[in-house]
Design a protein around this ligand. Structure first.
Ligand code: NAD
Length: 349
């Protein structure tokens, strides 16, 4: 039997979708999640329950910051491919909970690298973020752009992941691909993110906080498109191992790493997002304008050409279609159980 693929953060938004797609394609998946309390754990429970319906799914609950448990996980399964999506997301939450980022995004990441190193995992694919581009104003963001000035602790930990992966690739020949996701949204999405929060509040007739008069622009990426990109990366060849003849400009060996933007390629402002949600719900929003929160950026836009050159272009789902699918899911999920959205980021990741 083929070795299972590891998906960390499998009870999370993107992890759930990727795991479900892999399982539907007949792969076996070991999903790990700590069910962190950052947002409503009932949503995570519901996602995990869906995955558990597949016979090929093994669901494990533990904290990847636990070095011993993580090492035992790798020793037991000997994953050839590992997809590491577990993390503490969110820009604002880090202002009051920095230790959560140190534990989930740094300690757990080292434990994943160690597990991969010791069991000779052939490809580690992990989540980075568009936030590594900081306050860059040159759009669209390309992987070659400078990323040495993060403006949030979240972004700093995501950039740290890229640097740590580089070190392990260089030292131990561990092939690593970092995926810089751009504002992923869709059914089963994160309640702390803008599209979910706006939908929830407008549906209840409550005011929404729209940062910077709605001028904020994001490269909204529909989750199925992000999943398609991840699936292509998992199915493709890992970055080539470092070889003596592969030398960088300074003579150092080139580590087997890749960094790829995973973005929708079609940025949109929050005013348009609100208008589309209003239209789907058939209700007008009551809007409160707030300042751009510290750590957030005005615009993101992804240059997806590096991904397309390697794996082909993923045709982006339109924002109209994506929001319609999200609102339809929102309605079905919240009726009749009526689960309250939580979180506080008025602009998206
Ligand atoms: P999510 O919060 O829904 O999923 C992350 C999951 O990781 C959660 O279920 C959480 O319980 C789990 N987790 C956290 N710490 C853990 C730990 N120490 N051990 C085990 N499990 C742990 O977030 P998401 O939106 O699905 O994001 C997935 C990844 O993509 C994250 O790394 C995130 O930083 C990154 N990302 C997401 C977006 C986006 O728009 N959704 C954008 C950029 C980057």
């Amino acid at each position: 039997m083929a070795t299972p693929i590891l998906v960390t953060g499998a009870a999370g938004f993107i992890g759930f979708h990727v795991a479900r797609r892999l399982l539907a394609e007949g792969r076996t998946v070991v999903g790990v999640d700590s069910f962190s309390s950052y947002y409503d754990p009932r949503l995570k429970e519901a996602r995990f329950a869906r995955l558990s319906e597949f016979p090929g799914f093994t669901g494990l609950r533990f904290d990847l910051a636990d070095a011993l448990a993580t090492r035992q996980l790798f020793d037991r399964h000997g994953f050839r491919t590992a997809l590491h999506l577990a993390a503490q997301p969110g820009v604002r939450y880090a202002l009051t909970n920095p230790e959560a980022y140190a534990s989930a995004n740094l300690t757990a990441f080292v434990n994943i690298l160690e597990g991969c190193r010791h069991t000779r995992t052939e490809h580690l694919v992990y989540a980075s973020s568009s936030s590594v581009y900081g306050a860059n104003t040159k759009l669209p963001f390309s992987e070659a752009d400078p990323v040495d000035q993060p403006i949030s602790l979240y972004a700093a930990t995501k950039r740290s992941n890229e640097l740590m992966a580089h070190a392990y690739a260089h030292l131990f020949g561990l092939p690593c691909t970092g995926l810089r996701f751009f504002t992923v949204y869709g059914p089963w999405g994160r309640p702390d993110m803008a599209i979910y929060r706006f939908t929830d509040r407008i549906a209840r007739g409550e005011p929404i906080e729209v940062a910077a008069g709605g001028e904020v622009r994001r490269d909204f990426t529909y989750v199925d498109d992000a999943v398609e990109a991840v699936i292509r990366v998992l199915a493709g060849s890992p970055p080539a191992p470092a070889r003596q003849e592969m030398r960088g400009p300074d003579g150092s060996p080139v580590a087997p790493i890749r960094l790829l933007n995973i973005g929708g390629d079609r940025p949109s402002d929050l005013n348009r997002v609100v208008a589309l949600i209003e239209s789907e719900l058939g209700r007008r929003a009551v809007r409160l304008t707030t300042a751009l929160p510290p750590g957030d950026v005005v615009s993101t836009s992804s240059d997806a050409s590096s991904f397309a050159a390697l794996y082909g272009r993923v045709s982006p789902t339109s924002l109209e279609q994506g929001i319609a699918s999200f609102v339809a899911w929102y309605r079905s999920y919240h009726e009749p159980g009526h689960i309250r959205a939580s979180g506080s980021d008025p602009v998206p990741d």
